[in-house]
Each structure stands twice: as structure tokens, then as C-alpha cells.
Design a protein around this ligand. Structure first.
Ligand code: ADP
Ligand code: MG
Length: 249
């Protein structure tokens, strides 16, 4: 573990939210997720901490598509200019906003009943949340899992219900795919967690929201189609969008 990561995780130990860092679950380009032993007061055994990495030249997945109309919400003009002009300070601002956006989205979605990991605390560049897994290890992504075809219909229905719940709180995930869905096939009553939400957009303000919704639905449907699910993803997305626009979701 490098110094930056240790410093990012330390406050969770200091606040007695975790007692030990166990192992890295996955190191990605933007962030590394670690499995941690939870402090007994948290009421759970394990927690996950997602630590974002500072990079000199970040290629935020954001880009214009996700951020459109978002910077207008940052009223401080110095921050806004820095954010927009790609300076060193701008990268720093951009980085912290990105982490904050994931924290906010996680809370909003969790409050709305969406199957996301329960958010516990954000400190700086790190987010502490429910660990979706067991003592033996994390649950796989849908991409890695071997889903029996007879479970596919129920999982697809549940995923659609989650996409609908997200839109009920004006949120489109924007990067939804089998890589960002965890599945626990041993838990039929609660088998899914949608993860990785920093780029989630607000459908009221982002003009690309409808296209992102259609893409999210299409990408996930392709996965389930291979397992034999028959559905019309375009019709589903269109109906959802229509009902959302008429405030009938
Ligand atoms: N709450 C969690 N519980 C268990 N594993 C997780 C959790 N959150 C993320 N992971 C694991 O870490 C990986 C990376 O997390 P993710 O949020 O998708 O970040 P990124 O794709 O930006 O690296 C996931 O694919 C998953 O394997
Ligand atoms: Mg991911």
C-alpha cells in the first residue's frame, strides 16, 4: 500500500469505523477498492473502501457528456474557472468533485431504495461503504459471474426496477454495464448491487441523460439477451423516459 492510500484510509481507522485493512479487491485506473474489517460498532463484519487515485493527468471518464450543466452549480467563479481550464488546481478541484459526486449519488440512490452499497462515510478521496461479499471474498461482477439461465429473467426484472428507481430520483447511472453490477447468486432475495456512480447525471439538467439511459439499458440488455431473456430495451427506455417526463414514475 502506498503512502497516499495509507493516508486516505487512516482516518477511518482513527474514527473507529474499521479496525484493519484486509486486501485489495481490485485496482483500477481511477480507484482501488479495499476490503476492510469493520469496527464492531458499525454492526457489520466487513466494509469496502474505495480510494481514488490522484493522477497528474487524469482522464476522468466524465467528460463533457457527464458534466454538461453541472459546473453551473458551482457558484464560486474561481473554482469554476479552475475546473474548466484544466490547470493543476483545476485537476485537484475536479478530483475532489468527482469523489463528492459519487458520495452524493450513492446516498441519494440508497435513500431511494436502489440496490447500491450502503454508504458509510466519505473522507477526502475515500468512500467507505457496505462490502458486498462474504468472509471468503467479494461477490463477482455480473461480467465475471456464471448466471444460470433460469435466474436471468428475475435478475433482469430486478435490474429494470432499479433503473426505474434511479430515474424516480432524477438519476441516470451513465456507466451501467455488467462490469458495474455485483451479483450474489446465493442471496436470491437481495442478489444485486449497482456500483461505481461518480458519473451519474441528473436527468433534469443534463441534456444527454436520455441517451445515457438508453445506452445503460441497451448494454445491460445485451448481457441478459445472451442468457435467453426476451425483451425490448428501446421500448422499456422510451416508456420509462416518458413516464418520468410526465412525472408519473
Ligand atoms: N462495495 C463493494 N463490495 C465489494 N466489491 C466492490 C465494492 N465496490 C467495488 N467493488 C469491486 O471493486 C471493483 C472496482 O469498483 P468500481 O466502483 O467499479 O471502480 P472503478 O471501476 O472505477 O475502478 C468492482 O468491479 C468490484 O469488483
Ligand atoms: Mg467500475
Amino acid at each position: 500500500m502506498d503512502t497516499e492510500t495509507r493516508e486516505a484510509i487512516e482516518p477511518f481507522l482513527d474514527f473507529s469505523l474499521i479496525t484493519q485493512v484486509l486486501y485489495p479487491v481490485k485496482a483500477g485506473k481511477e480507484a482501488t477498492v479495499w476490503a476492510c474489517r469493520a469496527h464492531p460498532d458499525t454492526g457489520t463484519d466487513l466494509l469496502a473502501v474505495k480510494v481514488y487515485r490522484h493522477l497528474r493527468e487524469r482522464s476522468f471518464r466524465n467528460d463533457a457528456v457527464y458534466q454538461e450543466n453541472r459546473t453551473q452549480m458551482y457558484h464560486n467563479t474561481r473554482i469554476r474557472r479552475a475546473y474548466e481550464n484544466g490547470s493543476e488546481f483545476g485537476l485537484e478541484v475536479h478530483f475532489m468533485l468527482w469523489v463528492g459526486q459519487e458520495w452524493e449519488a450513492l446516498n441519494r440512490l440508497h435513500d431511494a431504495g436502489v440496490c447500491v452499497p450502503r454508504p458509510v462515510k466519505q473522507i477526502g478521496a475515500a468512500i467507505l461503504m457496505e462490502f458486498f461479499g462474504h468472509q471468503g471474498g467479494p461477490c463477482p461482477t455480473l461480467q465475471q459471474a456464471v448466471v444460470p439461465p433460469d435466474r436471468a429473467d428475475a435478475l433482469w426484472s430486478l435490474l429494470k426496477a432499479n433503473i426505474e428507481m434511479m430515474l424516480q430520483v432524477n438519476t441516470v447511472h451513465g456507466d451501467l454495464s455488467p462490469y458495474n453490477i455485483l451479483v450474489d447468486l446465493d442471496e436470491p432475495s437481495d442478489p444485486l448491487r449497482v456500483i461505481d456512480v461518480p458519473q451519474a447525471v441528473d436527468a433534469r439538467f443534463n441534456p444527454n441523460a436520455r441517451q445515457l439511459l438508453e445506452r445503460d439499458v441497451a448494454t445491460c440488455h445485451r448481457y441478459f439477451e445472451r442468457l435467453g431473456v426476451r425483451d425490448d430495451p428501446r421500448a422499456f427506455a422510451a416508456d420509462l423516459w416518458d413516464r418520468w417526463r410526465r412525472a408519473e414514475l
